[in-house]
Design a protein around this ligand. Sequence first.
Ligand code: DX5
Ligand code: ZN
Length: 232
Amino acid sequence: MSSPNYLIAPSILSANFAKLGEEISNVIASGADWIHFDVMDNHYVPNLSIGPLVCEAIRPITQAVIDVHLMVKPVDRIVPDFAKAGANVITFHPEASDHIDRTLGLIRDSGCKAGLVFNPATSLDYLDYVMDKIDVILLMSVNPGFGGQKFIPSTLAKLAAARQRIDAYTAKSGREIRLEVDGGVTVNNIAEIAKAGADTFVAGSAVFGAANSSDPHCYDSVIAKMRAALGA
Ligand code: DX5
Ligand code: ZN
């Protein structure tokens, strides 16, 4: 694989929602690349979070990619709403869509990059016939629904398997696909996760739990530590 361009995507699920705009500005000023936006419906996952109205509200705050992770079932109805609200990337869980190929097409037709999300026990076989329609593969390293859980170690082998699929596909097609990981990523394990093949790192509690101040650079140190670990 060519030398990876690593992206850090703080999950705002762990931000202080009472000052969400400020949190987003600060995390971007502190060096974050993407904003990871977790959408939970209390149906596909046992928690309820934020929707298109919040995406629309934060869109003017940053030029950064808004990476919408849909943990909702059904999926299709809500896709155009997020595209209109300014999402750049939309990923969904294959188990939550009856027509995966159609949903991927719908996301791309809405002008967004599309991706599939794999729960810890979900097979990568869902990728078999849709690689041409995928821009991001997101592997869950916790069961979805909550921030602050512990990284599941078997994700490392699964990342390596996904990396092999991506590299074989890129060699054949010339098209890049990002390999994102979500759940329990910290300063201490990010290097090992990158070594397994991930190039895009969601981190919620590790970033937003690291500081609590209105200093625009309050997240500098944790993000710098993650980059240092990735560079090592
Ligand atoms: C879990 C979410 C994650 C979560 C990650 O369902 O998809 O994005 O916020 O949080 P941490 O980094 O705390 O595991
Ligand atoms: Zn997520």
